[in-house]
Design a binder for this molecule. Sequence first.
Ligand code: HEM
Length: 224
Amino acid sequence: MLNKVYDWIDERLDITPLWRDVADHEVPEHVNPAHHFSAFVYCFGGLTFFVVVIQVLSGMFLSMYYVPDIERAWESVYYLQNQVAFGQIVRGMHHWGASIVIVMMFLHTLRVFFQGAYKKPRELNWIVGVLIFFVMLALGLTGYLLPWDMKALNATKVTLDIAQSTPLIGDMLKTLLSGDEHIVGAETLTRFFAIHVFFLPAALLGLIGLHFLMIRKQGISGPL
Ligand code: HEM
């Protein structure tokens, strides 16, 4: 039955070469931890991606309950945490995942750096990596405000002050992030929310797509 469905689709869209391209691709021996244990360092990028997927999925579920409004944000998180079935575990995954993903990305960057994998011909992918790095840090900063508790408010005050200290465009940047009044208020929350759930994830997924396309095109570096 499944075979027939597959054949029906394949006849029309010629999908076999698509998955064959991935399935027949041989993983080089020097990146396979089954051959040399030290090759586990090549897994850091994939593990980072795994946590990114967890963050996206858990974030989608959180957004079903979260209310980006200064009167109700804290309460909506409290409700999610204490009343909603599996709410605590989903929030916990997103909370811990946010830190783990930064650690994993950092380990991956160290691997790429110390093996010199950023050198020709992979300079462009290193640059894409640096952009990803900033997007990930910005995701952490914007997400931190959303629970709207004292820790979030105080941390975001510091974030805005740091943004303001940028030479030349500091004031503009602070207005862009926090609104005209330059305080952590209603406008800041809706902006951080939009940036955290729409702008940055879209940018991140696009950049990761580019990252993977280049890896596929160039192959993995090494052996050393
Ligand atoms: C969400 C963050 C990231 C994800 C999911 C990711 C994913 C990956 C994956 C799966 C690979 C294949 C090899 C490996 O796993 O080591 C890779 C390679 C690479 N990554 Fe990343 N990466 C991320 C961030 C970064 C950052 C921040 C940089 C550098 C600033 C970077 C630079 C590179 C380079 C240059 C390669 C090619 C390495 C080689 O051919 O040996 N990546 N990345």
